[in-house]
Design a protein around this ligand. Structure first.
Ligand code: SF4
Length: 247
């Protein structure tokens, strides 16, 4: 899945942002522009790139992961977003996904022809703890979106999202821990609990990464960055198809 980062930089707005990887990676690369300065990138028109034969560089069916070094709905990008919607409209043969901690801004950022949502656009609402789940998810469920995903990452505590697990509205729940040297640990029991909530409501579940520190069976494990996705996958918790509650 290619990353499409049309703008870069973000400012912190909630507890899940404390150890933001954008800031960490900017520091690692020695970037001199502050990470909270939002700027357009050279990849702004990425999906429209063509090869020497004038064919699309990204073929039909490509799934673009959008805005992974910023937030799609950040205020500073309001002036650039109409052009971005225009690019998305030119690639109805591709699909797009972004997740956001600013779901309250969605309504004011949508294009005029959005209707019930573009069929090729999935939106993830990030919830890192119970407080932000209760604050963001009721609004998330009420918005015109065709494909909704709940992103519990970085998961900072046990979260009960059962009031929001409507299988007609939520397509998937995905969970991950926090990465980086100062990461807060993820308790495996929280992951299992959230998975069980999803099974009871017949909603697919993914454990996408462990984060740097995982508590399991009373032990704290440090997981190197290169193994955080594979270790989560090896746990075998994913329920990619809707399952019956008794399974
Ligand atoms: S919203 Fe995302 S990209 Fe922005 S500061 Fe928070 S964690 Fe970083």
């Amino acid at each position: 899945m290619p990353m499409w980062n049309p703008w870069h930089g973000c400012h912190k707005i909630s507890p899940g942002c404390t150890h933001c990887y954008v800031y960490r990676e900017d520091a690692a690369f020695g970037t001199t522009i502050p990470s909270d300065t939002v700027r357009k990138t050279a990849s702004f028109s990425l999906p429209l790139r063509r090869d020497r034969y004038r064919a699309w560089k990204f073929p039909p069916g490509t799934e673009f992961a959008l805005c992974f070094t910023s937030d799609f709905l950040i205020e500073e990008a309001d002036g650039w977003r109409p052009e971005l919607w225009e690019i998305i409209r030119q690639r109805p043969d591709c699909s797009f996904f972004f997740f956001t901690k600013r779901i309250e801004r969605l309504s004011s950022c949508l294009p005029a022809d959005w209707g019930d949502g573009y069929p090729n656009m999935a939106i993830g609402c990030t919830v890192e703890n119970q407080c932000y789940a209760d604050r963001r998810l009721p609004l998330f469920l009420s918005l015109p979106i065709r494909h909704r995903i709940i992103v519990a990452a970085p998961m900072l505590g046990q979260i009960d999202i059962t009031p929001y697990l409507n299988p007609k509205l939520i397509e998937k729940v995905t969970v991950g821990g926090e990465s980086g040297r100062y990461a807060r640990p993820l308790d495996y029991e929280w992951v299992l609990d959230l998975r069980m909530q999803c099974i009871r409501h017949s909603i697919p579940f993914t454990f996408h990464q462990t984060g740097s520190y995982l508590i399991k069976d009373g032990h704290l494990y440090r997981i190197p960055r290169c193994h955080q996705h594979s270790q989560a996958s090896k746990a075998g918790l994913d329920t990619s198809v809707r399952r019956h509650p008794q399974e």
